[in-house]
Design a protein around this ligand. Sequence first.
Ligand code: CO
Ligand code: ZN
Length: 335
Amino acid sequence: MQDLIKRLVELYGPTGREEQVAQYISDVMEPLVDQIHTDAMGNLIAIKRGPADAKKIMLAAHMDEIGVIITDIDDDGFLRFSNIGGVSPFTLIGQRVRFADGTIGVFGQEKLDEIKDLKFSKMFIDIGATSRQEAETKVNIGDAGVYHREFTLQGQRVIAKSLDNRIGCAVLIETARRLQTSPHEIYFVFTSQEEVGLRGARTAAYSIDPDYGIAVDVTGTGDTPEAPRMAVSLGKGAAIKVKDRSVITHPKVKDLLVNTAKAKGISYQMEVLERGGTDAGSIHLTRSGVPTGAVSIPSRYIHTPSEMVDLGDVDDCVKLLVAALEGPWTRAIEE
Ligand code: CO
Ligand code: ZN
């Protein structure tokens, strides 16, 4: 699974440009499912058919990663940029950006009296060009860039860019690999454009019209020095979401996940995320409403170039999903 994670995090896939990620995942998922296609929004939908009376369960993990987008190029070849999703200017100092064609840029900033005044409008990207013309041979207005960072495995811990949410994609793929039999029809959905407002999941859920939903994404932790209080720690198991800014999970789906974890002896922790949302936010509001839960991978330093997750937690998330999908849902949820 380490190789799968490394491949996924090093792919280029800013919001709206998920094609490379979708292509790679499609190749990996094809032998594991009955049907696979990409829709107009760029979602990759892989379907494992079930018996005739099967309920439809939609699993969702977003493929896109946060990034920057070029807004202007000056006469000396410096690029101005805006953010795609939740990027802080402070995380960009000293970092590198990579564009679709492999061009690397360095983030620089104008003279500032106080560092707290740093904002995107005071920053630029330097790709080593000496003129606008030279810069334009490599990049153009509207091109998107992502953090340029390599994958690192240290003990049980992975350090990489875009673990939000390629680690969720890896969990879905591994779940499809390990799942032997299920009474359900399962839609493994690798969604687009989550980082700008859960957009891909919205249309995917509409077309699939699922009976139940589960989003798989990263969540924060409260286990670093002077961290904001949060009862989630790295290495303590799969996080079962109760609430974030986009969703209050369906209590019976949440209970089903908790009861499954207890019955199978899988480590889990309850998650209340005070900031941020996830694809569950779009899925549960689809049509007349979809009972939806979420399984989260605890992650430190989310939305920085060096996010960190624990492989034990990743494995617990896979085990929890496999065990939950093997069992019946209707009685547990609708009674
Ligand atoms: Co994110
Ligand atoms: Zn995410």
